[in-house]
Ligand binder design. Structure first.
Ligand code: MLT
Length: 198
């Protein structure tokens, strides 16, 4: 997968950056600076193109996912993490994903399908990636969700459902609310940084 890797000063920790629809691997680099200056950065571009816009998996319509492709792309990303952890020599078991929108959805999907894919996740405006499946044991995982009370793409109930499903699998989840629709705000990034560093 197309990506950027930057070795950190503390090579034990890696931030996995996953952009929103229409974004690139450049988009979330400033967030990594705010969350953890010292960590390795692995920023990946989604392999799907929807009318020229990169994404991490196909959708049938706005908010309606192509489940088969979601499962396939989640495995592809998980395999890619295995491969690059060896290539760049960083610990595979200490990756924190930071995703926005479609990137948050694929990060949530990694958690939904693979027990040890991520150590933690910061999800900006995520949805429930899939319903009706049993989640792996996530009892040692930490998740921060930034959601919008008035997000037209990810309704508030969807954020609450995601929290409950992750908690049901044993994850520790914190939810942070903003009132700016689907926007990724500096306030929610600062709140994520505080959560990550505590
Ligand atoms: C998705 O397709 O992942 C969600 O609708 C969010 C987005 O528009 O990227």
């Amino acid at each position: 997968m197309k990506h950027i890797f930057q070795k950190g000063t503390d090579t034990s920790k890696t931030l996995l950056l996953l952009h929103g629809t229409g974004g690139t691997e450049q988009d979330l680099l400033p967030l990594a600076e705010i969350i953890d200056k010292g960590a390795n950065i692995l920023s990946v571009r989604g392999n799907i193109l929807e009318n020229g816009m990169p994404r991490f998996f196909k959708r049938l319509a706005e908010g309606i996912f192509d489940e088969e492709d979601l499962v396939f792309r989640t495995k592809e990303l998980n395999d890619f993490l295995d491969e690059v952890a060896t290539k760049y020599e960083f610990p595979r078991d200490n990756i924190t994903a930071i995703g926005y929108s479609n990137g948050a959805n694929i990060a949530a999907s990694l958690l939904f399908h693979y027990k040890d894919s991520l150590n933690a996740a910061i999800l900006h405006h995520p949805m429930v990636p899939r319903r009706g499946i049993e989640l792996p044991d996530l009892s040692d995982k930490k998740v921060f969700i930034a959601a919008g009370t008035n997000d037209p793409i990810c309704p508030a109930q969807e954020s609450e459902d995601l929290k409950s499903l992750l908690e049901g699998a044993g994850a520790k989840v914190k939810i942070h609310w903003e009132d700016f629709g689907h926007q990724l705000t500096i306030n929610e990034v600062k709140s994520a940084a505080e959560w990550y560093n505590n």
